[in-house]
Design a protein around this ligand. Structure first.
Ligand code: ATP
Length: 365
């Protein structure tokens, strides 16, 4: 396994910016997920790492050494694509061993590697089958096996689960995590599915229009989104965000928007009069316990999603979604009151997260 560093990577296709000043560090044995909407440049970045697409600017370093002048083969990375790309006329065992045979490896070494890979992936009973007799999930496992058997320094996975149905997707996702733990390899996985990203990644890099907006562990991405794009792209239902202004002086600061006020006494005086966006996650709205000023809202619709209910509510012209337990007796037409702990409120100014630190004396830095 190896580490990967991307330094100032830039790539344009005509007027389209597929990568803009991308910096990324993936440590040895880490599972990094590139997450972003379709067209944001995830696959391009992966292809640049693999050496399949040349970057316009910047450098790709594997184990601290530039591989910019190396061919895909010399980079010792393996890529798994969304389409399985198995050889249809070969059995699973032949598909798995193909790349090793091409490298002229000895038969007994090939056999040992293929057997070990098949065991890790749980596909031993399928070794003599041809791809047309396999299910989508089994084919995808064989495709991953073809990468794994090579024991590359870095695995690159380009939306490998997107052709699978929801149930199989969840199953193969768990297997992929297990595979990462057993192989101890360095994985870079591309997806537009935030649940997949958050459940797989040690580190998630959130991208939009060729730029990485935030990189960090899933908890940090969720709890402290760096900007309004990350705040609303990650999380379902999405974070509630409202435009307004901070008014009042120290100890009495409030967030004032068109339809309601929110106490912000914890914020520093210097933030007064700033135009901001205030956000809270649907699960941070607490009903029945007063943890902050009460906001009164009218319930427009209730979605029962099984394990919980989503309450779609409105205050004046401001819409919001709140999460409650599945047994909550709330229905359309009800009026509800809820509050949000100040520590669970997010504040963004010009789209960027505003951070503050309270020192031991209660002052702000
Ligand atoms: P998806 O999830 O849909 O695969 P992505 O995030 O992986 O999207 P890329 O495939 O990297 O995005 O594409 C980024 C942008 O670059 C897109 O606007 C795409 O149309 C453009 N692009 C990618 N490859 C080429 C190419 N070979 N020629 C021209 N434009 C390209």
């Amino acid at each position: 396994m190896s580490s990967l560093k991307l330094s100032g990577i830039g790539k344009c296709f005509g007027d389209v910016v597929a990568a803009s000043d991308v910096d990324l560090l993936v440590n040895n044995g880490e599972f990094c997920v590139l997450l972003g909407p379709s067209g944001c440049g995830k696959s391009t970045l992966l292809q640049i790492v693999a050496g399949l697409v040349p970057q316009d600017r910047g450098s790709v370093l594997i184990d601290g050494r530039s591989v910019d002048n190396k061919s895909p083969k010399e980079r010792d990375v393996a890529m798994v694509f969304q389409s399985y790309a198995l050889y249809p006329h070969m059995t699973v065992i032949e598909n798995l061993g193909f790349a090793l045979r091409m490298r002229g490896m000895r038969k007994n070494v090939i056999k040992e590697r293929v057997t070990q890979t098949a065991r890790i992936l749980g596909i031993e009973p399928l070794l003599n089958q041809k791809p047309k007799h396999l299910s989508g999930g089994q084919r995808q496992r064989v495709a991953m096996g073809r990468a794994l058997v090579r024991r590359p320094s870095i695995f690159l996975l380009d939306e490998p689960l997107s052709n699978l149905d929801a149930q199989l997707r969840m199953h193969v996702r768990m297997e992929l995590k297990k595979l990462h733990q057993e192989s101890e390899g360095t994985f870079i996985h591309v997806t537009h599915d935030q649940v997949e990203a958050m459940s797989l990644g040690d580190q998630v890099a959130v991208m939009k229009e060729g730029r990485i907006h935030q990189t960090g562990p899933p908890e940090e991405i969720y709890d402290r989104p760096a900007d309004t794009f990350v705040a609303t792209f990650v999380g379902s239902p999405v974070m509630n965000l409202f435009k307004g202004v901070l008014t009042g002086s120290r100890g009495e600061m409030v967030f004032r928007c068109r339809d309601f006020l929110m106490d912000m006494t914890h914020l520093p005086d210097e933030w007064k009069n700033r135009e901001v966006e205030m956000g809270f996650r649907p699960e941070d709205a607490e009903m029945g316990t007063r943890v902050g000023p009460i906001i009164h809202a009218g319930v427009e619709m209730v979605s029962n999603v099984g394990a919980e209910k989503h309450i779609h509510a409105r205050v004046g012209d401001s819409n919001m979604t709140l999460r409650t337990e599945k047994d909550a007796l709330i229905q359309a037409g009800d009026n509800i009151g809820f509050s949000v702990r100040p520590s669970r409120l997010h504040v963004f100014c010009q789209g960027k997260r505003m951070e503050f630190h309270q020192d031991e004396n209660g002052g702000f830095q």
